[in-house]
Design a protein. Structure first.
Length: 220
């Protein structure tokens, strides 16, 4: 579990608590998307979630009501067939360039929630104004450090209650950083990638035990 994914998901948890009805999660197999599907389900939403062919069963196991394989299906058409009137909220964990018709998935008054990627966010202000012009609301999510403690507590409670499960975490050595970036560039990482920087040891009377692992997040 990494601070970046969970602090970001703290914002998505708040969105799901405020929302009701139907939602669509775009990029559901990644670290952020995996949590988003589960938060939406724990909040009582019906969820359509997108992923690649290799992750269909994984995303279904998260509780998605409709899993859309973007490699074999048209996402917009699939969502509209699942919910003809549109959905109440779209959670985009990938970036607007890959789902330019996201607003078309919403019912009147719906919300498009996007996670900042710092690389593929498009023209944020222009997109916000376009959403307002069409009667929607676009929300851009970033880490909210003021709410982080409360959000992490809520997330921990959901995990302890068995309502949310931590997505897969793949640990790579620091010298494999280039490989990690190559894996991220494919856009098909399931869960999170973590670079293992060092091991910190605490000596006990009997033996040396690993107390903590210093790590940095390199995936989404």
């Amino acid at each position: 579990m990494t601070p970046s994914s969970n602090e970001t998901n703290g914002g998505k948890l708040q969105v799901c608590k405020e929302q009701s009805g139907k939602g669509a999660s775009y990029g559901a197999a990644g670290g952020v998307g995996s949590f988003a599907v589960q938060f939406a389900k724990s909040g009582g939403l019906l969820v359509a979630a997108t992923c690649g062919t290799a992750n269909v069963e994984y995303v279904r196991s998260l509780g998605a009501d409709r899993v859309i394989d973007y490699k074999t299906e048209d996402v917009c058409r699939a969502v509209r067939e699942w919910s003809a009137e549109g959905v109440d909220v779209v959670l985009d964990a990938v970036g607007p360039a890959t789902l330019p018709q996201a607003l078309d998935l919403l019912r009147p008054g719906g919300r498009l929630v996007s996670i900042l990627t710092a690389t593929a966010d498009g023209d944020i202000e222009r997109d916000r104004k376009e959403a307002e012009r069409r009667g929607f609301r676009k929300v851009t999510m970033i880490i909210d450090f003021e709410r982080a403690r409360d959000s992490m507590r809520e997330i921990t409670n959901l995990i302890d209650a068995g309502l949310v499960h931590v997505p897969p975490i793949h640990v790579l050595l620091l010298e494999d950083a280039a490989l990690a970036h190559q894996m991220i560039d494919t856009g098909h990482v399931r869960g999170k990638l973590v670079l293992k920087v060092a091991e910190l040891y605490a000596r006990s009377p009997r033996r040396d035990t690993i107390a903590a692992t210093a790590a940095c997040t390199c995936g989404v």
